[in-house]
Design a protein around this ligand. Sequence first.
Ligand code: ZN
Length: 481
Amino acid sequence: MSSYKRHIKRRVKSDEYYKFVLLKPSNILYFLSSIINLCLFIITTFYFIFIPKIDLDSVVFLDYGNKFKYNYKSYYRFKDLDDKVSINGFINNKKVGLYKLKYRVSNRYFTNTRYQFIFVVDRIKPKITLNGNSLIYVCPGKEYIDTGFKAVDEYDGDISDKVIIKKYKDKIKYLVKDLSGNKNVIYRKLIYKDKSKPIININKSTLVLSVGDKFHDREVSAFDNCDGDISKFVRSNFVDTSTPGLKQILYSVSDLAGNVREVKRDVVVSNREIPKTIYLTFDDGPRYGITNEILDILKKNDVKATFFITNKGDDSLVKREYDEGHSIGIHSASHDYSVIYSSVDNYYKDLNIVSERIKRITGMDSRLVRFPGGSSNTISIRYSPNIMSFLSNDLLKKNYRYFDWNLSSGDAEYGRHTSDEIFDNVSKRLRSDRSNVVLMHDIKPYTRDALERIIIFGRENGYEFKKLDIDTFMTNQKVNN
Ligand code: ZN
């Protein structure tokens, strides 16, 4: 042993040294903490060795309406105790709030109890729906009047009254918070600009004019969403009535923002009425025995007439009418009011059958129409109210012309007639100040027998016989349905 080591040994053993070292405060603390650590070690070891365990999250958030899923693990020394756990407490997942569950598990020696806190929460934003568009064009200088909104929260229900509205220059802010503090914000954008076209109100019915007529429409009005009544700014083009035909008037108006609206109205321009003329018109044919003999008389007297045909009779008679220079118009295929006036579709189906027949026999596209019963008939009310108003207008739009009559020969009236009677009816009803459109039927023998006398009478009294064509002045009755 070196002298140095001996010296140290002596120092360690000195009483003075012990006294000095042991009473130092840091040594006392160290000693106490060692005791505590030892105790903790003993407790922990005890816990791990003897107490059954439950592993779980002590705090769980559950969105309301969702099903709560139990999620825990219980064991004791590697032995699964999940089945042995008893759980107490309840959760109402439909109601926001705090719920507590108590878990208990036991082994032979000890029982372990743990608590779990479940917060049923509403984390869904309320919804705001705007009435009207989210982008609104507001008339310049006008104030926007809110068209309304609705706020609904899945949990709280209708919370429209909780919406806070803030108006900015170019938008409106809608903010709403539900009772759980979830908030939603939406905006309605405002653009101060007139984007809408004005509206022009015109009489939509087809206008019927005669060559040379001057027309100024005074019934037109126009309204703009921002500028109000702008009727006085409506412009329309000049209707050219120098020639007959189907034409249009174009109306246009512009609002202050430059939005232009245009609407069109159809116009039929016909030739002017010619006084001292007779238009012989024959409906419901052809019929062999009558039509062919009528054609003979017309040929002999060099008179041109108009035949409004059906779907019956020989094609050869229709061919002959055409070849001999008469006009052929469309009457009706079925001539059954209950069918043709049952609907617009059915009317046109019937019309097309005759139209196609004429086309097939003559190659010609007839534009002349005579309504069964005339345009003024009221029998059609039984089948379709207003159908005559519609059809009489619509036919013109489709570039047909319909012709009624202003002189009935009476040959289709109820009862038996004589040729004298038919002649009297026509000769007495002729008027020299107008076009006389004479209604006759080329299925009646007394009409056939009166025809030549009518022609002679007309000629002797200075009348000219003519056939109808697309440009002829339309002698029409007043539509009553
Ligand atoms: Zn008829």
